[in-house]
Design a protein around this ligand. Structure first.
Ligand code: GLC
Length: 460
């Protein structure tokens, strides 16, 4: 293994190589620079992939690339009122963009899912953009960018999209399958946790960034309260709550019922009862009519801890669970994107026989080093730095020799992902951000939120 500084130097170099330029200015990083794989769209800058790179640049005192990214992304945001079904909804940001040369001039072309495999909608992009805008303001102290009228209008459009026209009556956000990091069919449509956690962090960011007279400010505040109550109460799984669900009655009608979502106890999966620990807990992957998805999703849970969507008690329990189920969730590379994998008939039905998402591979139970930065932030926020140190140590042993692999396969993440890219930029950046956070925990303020003073926690 290389000495720390040599490893870090390699990471710096690889991140530098991933920078994308537009009209002479750095504006983002490409998803991967794998010399042995066909680029497909990995030579584009993905919004979600750029987040750890951006945070690292901010931590390094290099905010220009982040500013350029924020400005150009605002330019790519869908502005027209949607008049035909092929136009992206007003307010949406693309999943990714590329630089195209036309008549000798460079142009940016966004992909809202018109090109992406399976034509998935990138709902998470507008949330990441808002979260990053807040991080930029925090890092530079420069509020003028966010207060510019075009930025205020951009925020307004995102809020309009999320807070106004809708089909349902929940505080959570209804989305199609594959609309975030898991951008393939995985049974994550409806109300997936990751979207709710990002939505929450984006609303918190908007509340900080909007000018006091902004029309949506009261709606943002109210939504934050309802969303917090809903997620903390109904998504939460620990032994106490499992006992409640186990004894649920079905078919309850009316306003004051226990089993509001008509969950049948028979849907509690066998693995869960032994897997839950006395002091551990987590937020379920999804909740809708007649459905709790009991799978553990890494990003959603960590983001809920970082943003304080989870209560203090719940945040501690999430980190306890990661600690107590270390082999399952961290294993040979932090961290499982989702646990457990869908197998057999479930894999068949839910993924549509997806050969890339076979059990314990890729999104279906693979381990993703990009999650290291979120794990580090969540561990520091909950005052459990030892978890972050242990995870980083595991990652350090393999990242460089495995050439910054995109993901890992197997129950414990022992194998380099079957179709994993090498030199995956967010793997590199996540490692660098994790290191920086451990060196200087003050950086947590860029991406974490204190408990919301407007909200009374509903569960102890
Ligand atoms: C894959 C991942 C997605 C990521 C993209 C670029 O499609 O599922 O989350 O943004 O690759 O790395």
């Amino acid at each position: 293994m290389l000495a720390d500084s040599a490893l870090t130097e390699e990471a710096h170099k690889a991140l530098e190589d991933a920078i994308l330029y537009y009209r002479g200015k750095p504006i983002g990083t490409v998803a991967a620079c794998d010399p042995d794989a066909e680029a497909v769209n990995y030579d584009q800058c993905f919004v979600r992939d750029f987040v750890p790179s951006a945070l690292f640049f901010l931590m390094q005192g290099k905010p220009d690339i982040v500013r350029n990214f924020l400005v150009e992304m605002l330019g790519l945001q869908s502005r027209e009122r949607r008049l035909d079904c092929f136009q992206p909804g007003q307010g949406l940001h693309p999943a990714s963009f590329k630089v195209q040369v036309q008549d000798g001039e460079e142009h940016l072309i966004g992909d809202f899912g018109e090109q992406a495999i399976a034509r998935v909608a990138p709902i998470d992009s507008c949330f990441w953009w808002l979260i990053l805008l807040r991080a930029y303001v925090k890092a530079t102290g420069d509020r003028t960018l966010a207060h510019r009228s075009d930025f205020q209008h951009g925020i307004h459009l995102i809020l309009q999209l999320c807070l106004e026209a809708r089909f349902d009556l929940f505080p959570t956000l209804l989305v199609p399958d594959g609309s975030f990091m898991i951008d393939r069919r995985m049974g994550v449509y409806g109300y997936p946790l990751e979207i709710q956690a990002l939505f929450y962090a984006a609303l918190r960011s908007a509340r900080e960034l909007l000018l006091p007279e902004a029309t949506y400010l009261p709606a943002v505040k109210t939504r934050l309260q309802h969303l917090t109550y809903h997620v903390q109460t109904y998504y939460w799984i620990d032994l106490k709550r499992l006992n409640e669900i186990y004894r649920y009655k079905g078919e309850e009608f009316g306003a004051l019922v226990m089993n509001q979502f008509n969950i049948y106890p028979d849907t509690i999966p066998g693995w869960l009862i032994d897997w839950l620990t006395d002091t551990g807990g987590y937020l379920a992957g999804n909740l809708g009519p007649g459905q709790i998805d009991f799978r553990f999703f890494g990003l959603g849970n960590l983001m809920a801890v970082m943003s304080s969507l989870a209560s203090e008690h719940q945040s501690q329990a999430v980190m306890n669970l990661i600690d107590q189920r270390w082999q399952d969730l961290i294993g040979y590379m932090p961290l499982k994107i989702c646990f457990p994998a869908l197998e057999g008939q479930d894999w068949h039905t839910v993924t549509g026989c997806d050969p890339k998402n076979t059990p314990w591979s890729y999104h279906n139970g693979g381990n993703w080093p990009v999650l290291l930065w979120l794990l580090t932030a969540a561990a520091l926020k909950t005052n459990k730095p030892e978890l972050a140190y242990s995870a980083l140590k595991i990652a350090e042993e393999r990242l460089l020799s495995d050439q910054w692999s995109e993901y890992y396969d197997g129950r414990q993440g022992k194998l380099i992902g079957k179709e994993a890219r090498k030199y995956q930029t967010w793997t590199i950046a996540a490692f660098l951000v994790a290191q920086e956070l451990l060196k200087n925990p003050n950086f947590l303020s860029l991406i974490c939120f204190d408990a919301d003073p407007d909200v009374t926690p509903c569960r102890s």
